[in-house]
Design a protein around this ligand. Structure first.
Ligand code: NAD
Length: 530
């Protein structure tokens, strides 16, 4: 009997014909079903293909007794209840990458629109004016410096096209290896450097804790007078009020947004009052070609999974059996936390990530622990849920990071140990931990023996080993009204260096971190979320 596929959103013909032509599949297209109708019929289907309109809720999964797979023609899976899908053992797939060229072209369109004031000139001509003088001060892109923030799927296409336009390209992306940068032909610089030197700045990063308001008043202040800023990535990356002020003050040449912190933005949004502000209503991925490409990709993936069992671009599949999860459980959490710790301390331009399991745990399959550690490492630079055990190795490979898995019989005085080491051009960062009861514990960070709970918010401080430092740290944190749950200290007397790890009840704001950095004995401060 044929496997039944329900297509409940508008998918391109190219995609549908892949499903229709596949022997062994029977396809029904029912677009715009009310939620109750979807629940009523989903029990008859083995697969569901959607875009963003269909809401695949827990209720739908409850009723979906035969369902094996849901395919999303696009990237975001906000309309699918992933936890409910996993509970029912349904694989959810998306189609990342299909719209990279489209979004990159939209970015270039924004740059041209800004440089030649096309929207304002159009409005002027249509209103019956012929203001040649007013709009005569355009700019060429050729020969200008473009600063690309984030060089993943989309950023790398922007880089490629910008080279064709004879622009000089600078990029800021701490997770790209030197080799990856060389392949793209870009100069990697710090964000500050990029902002100071670029004539055009364009953002292509995910929205994470690290990138929210990445461009605020201070960063806008670093930009060249008359420079242009483009955001076709995510609303919330730029402080919109600060940008409106900078534009009003004539500091920048202009700015263009495809995305806003709140969508749709309010009619009296302060940016709308600025004549050199250009915008589109989140159209970055909306071309016929991109829609066709993502529909085609997801339909091919669905057919491949249903007919041959091949899983591609799954966003929720556990790669470990339930029995193994029970056995390894706390060590998977430990691996993930150690990966996340090292990722936030020293992931810059990393080339190798080594995961070593030692002692009793090394007798078990080590791959799941290595994958959990890699997922932890990569997750803080991605949006929640985007990195999983299935796609983590491919993301690492794209970024030029080699995953090395090792085992050892030697676990010092412990039953089992997990060690993760990140290697990059600036050296190595390494963390070792174990499980006490079921709790993941950090035992060593680089050359420091330090016992600390590997959970929640951690402040990692390195300081000169002189008297009074702990008092100064405690006072700075206490004055800010932050609660220290635990504190672990370690020192290397020979090097007069000490390490303090503080578990905080809540994250310290940026100004508190700055105050700590300003204390004379402090060498560096990192805040880490595990
Ligand atoms: P990607 O994951 O392929 O690339 C993101 C890049 O950002 C990676 O190279 C990563 O290393 C880098 N990065 C992560 N954190 C960073 C940080 N703190 N500083 C600097 N770089 C950092 O993603 P993508 O597919 O290229 O998408 C880029 C953005 O475009 C995302 O925000 C995505 O949501 C958005 N997007 C927008 C539209 C639209 O309609 N306008 C469509 C698709 C994607």
């Amino acid at each position: 009997m044929a496997l039944r596929v329900l297509v409940s959103d508008d998918l391109s013909q190219e995609g549908l014909s892949v499903l229709r032509k596949a022997e062994g599949l029977a396809v029904d297209v029912k677009v715009g079903l009310p939620p109750a109708d979807l629940v009523a019929i989903i029990g008859d289907y083995d697969a569901l293909a959607v875009r963003s309109a269909t809401k695949v809720t827990a209720q739908v999964f409850e009723a979906a007794k035969r369902l094996k797979v849901v395919g999303r023609a696009g990237v975001g899976v906000d309309n699918i209840d992933l936890a409910a899908a996993s509970r029912r053992g349904v694989v959810v797939m998306n189609a990342p990458g299909g719209s990279a060229v489209t979004v990159a072209e939209h970015t270039l369109a924004m740059m041209f629109a800004l440089a030649r004031q096309i929207p304002a000139a159009t409005a002027s001509v249509k209103s019956g004016k012929w203001e040649k003088k007013k709009f005569a001060s355009g700019h060429e892109l050729s020969g200008k410096t473009l600063g690309v923030v984030g060089t993943g799927n989309i950023g790398s296409v922007v880089v490629d096209r910008a080279h064709g336009l004879k622009m000089k390209v600078l990029a800021y992306d701490p997770y790209v290896s030197a080799e990856g940068a060389a392949r793209m032909g870009i100069e990697l610089v710090s964000l500050e450097d990029l902002l100071r030197r670029a004539d055009f700045v364009t953002l292509h990063v995910p929205l994470t804790d690290a990138t929210r308001n990445l461009i605020g008043e201070k960063q806008l202040g670093l930009m060249k007078p008359g420079a242009f800023l483009v955001n076709c990535a995510r609303g919330g990356l730029i402080d919109e009020a600060a940008l409106a002020k900078a534009l009003a003050a004539g500091k920048l040449g202009g700015a263009a947004f495809d995305v806003f912190a709140t969508e749709p933005p309010a009619a009296d949004h302060p940016l709308f009052a600025q004549p050199n502000f250009v915008c589109t209503p989140h159209l970055g991925a909306s071309t016929e070609e991109a829609q066709a490409a993502v529909a085609l990709a997801v339909c091919e993936q669905l057919a491949d999974y249903l007919l041959h069992g091949n899983v591609r671009n799954a966003v929720n599949v556990p790669s470990v059996s339930r029995e193994l999860i029970e056995l390894l459980g706390p060590f998977l959490t430990l691996g993930e936390r150690l990966g996340a710790l090292v990722g936030q301390l020293a992931a810059e331009h990393m080339t190798e990530f080594r995961v070593t399991v030692a002692g009793a745990i090394s007798q078990q399959p080590r791959r799941p622990i290595a994958l959990a550690a890699l997922r932890g490492l990569l997750s803080h630079a991605a949006e929640a849920g985007q990195v999983n055990d299935v796609n983590a190795p491919a993301i690492a490979a794209e970024r030029g990071i080699q995953l090395v898995e090792e085992r050892s019989d030697q676990a010092r005085d412990f039953a089992s140990l997990v060690t993760v080491t990140a290697r990059g051009p600036k050296g190595e960062t390494t963390a070792t931990g174990t499980v006490f009861g079921r709790e993941p514990r950090l035992l060593r960070l680089d050359e420091f023996e330090v016992e600390s709970a590997a959970e929640g918010v951690l402040l990692v401080l390195r300081n000169e080993d002189v008297p009074g430092v702990i008092g100064q740290i405690g006072e700075t944190i206490g004055t800010a009204g932050l609660n220290i749950a635990r504190m672990a200290l370690s020192r290397r007397t020979a090097r007069k260096e000490a390490l303090a790890i503080l578990n905080l009840d809540s994250p310290a704001p940026a100004e508190v971190l700055e105050k700590l950095r300003a204390l004379p004995p402090i060498r560096d401060v990192h805040q880490v979320q595990l």
